[in-house]
Design a protein around this ligand. Sequence first.
Ligand SMILES: [Zn+2]
Length: 209
Amino acid sequence: MTASAPLIACHECDLLQREIALPPGEVVLCGRCGAELYRSAHSTLDKPLAFLLTAAVVLTVANVYPIVGLEIQGSGNATTLFGAAYALWHQGMPPIAVLVFLTTFLVPAVELAIMGYILLSLKYGRRPAGMTLLMRALQHVNPWGMLEVFMLGVIVALVKLTHYGTVIPDMALWAFGILTLLLAATASSFDIRDVWDRVEALPCREVDE
Ligand SMILES: [Zn+2]
């Protein structure tokens, strides 16, 4: 630890501490409250990129294929997420239709697009344009992604629907389940600190506020 090392504030108790260089796999904890301050960065961007690209493919599959099929007295029906939102809109529940579309499709898609743009720019040695704005947008959009809440709702609805007919889980249901895990893996491997370190290490260092 040196006096010239940058200061970092603990996000739990606000104690100012000096940064130290970390060997791979190590974690720095706050000296006062023990909260995790940061961990050693990944050596490459390949891991977050791999999670992100897989999540993008699975998000597409989850929205193209039906979530669930229902068979009642010989007649069957199946719907996609868009189909469900569309039905809600036309049954007099536009606010709920908008919320479903926003929290289960638009927000995860925007998050993946922003992280993908930043990671790919850095991988090819370019400073992402509007970096500060993008990171702020990511922070504001993140709490609106509620795929896990949607999954819980779908599972409860499926159990209830079994009283009325035969419920057939379809491709998108499994895709949404896998996507919930992939989005968590992408978010945890997208290290904001590491990303900023990489941006600052690039030759062109003008600040876009
Ligand atoms: Zn602390």
